[in-house]
Design a protein around this ligand. Structure first.
Ligand SMILES: [Zn+2]
Length: 101
């Protein structure tokens, strides 16, 4: 996958379209990514102590990688990713500014 943990992405479709966030986790086999504050789902948390109240917390759920675009850390624009081989290693390149991401 072209997108990795720690990348900043822009959501381009779905209910969170236009939101930006950092990748918390990538799931290459499912082609999904978990992004902070994107696709939040409500979950009930059980009380930790007896007598305490349970609460509703919001947690992000993974979304399809095709719904996001990477934001280049160099030019700060949503960009397509290319690859360049330097010293037998694959490096990701921003197709807008041609810099390494
Ligand atoms: Zn760039």
């Amino acid at each position: 996958m072209k997108i990795k943990k720690g990348d900043t992405v822009l959501v381009v479709s779905g209910k969170d379209k236009g939101k930006k966030g950092k990748i918390l986790k990538a799931f290459p086999t499912e082609r999904k990514v978990l992004i902070e504050s994107v696709n939040l789902k409500k979950r009930h948390q059980k009380p930790k102590k007896t007598g305490a109240k349970g609460q509703i917390i919001q947690k992000p759920a993974p979304i399809d990688v095709s719904n996001v675009k990477i934001i280049c850390s160099k030019c700060n624009k949503p960009a397509r990713v290319g690859y360049k081989v330097i010293d037998n290693k694959k490096h990701r390149i921003c197709k807008k500014c041609n810099k390494q991401i």
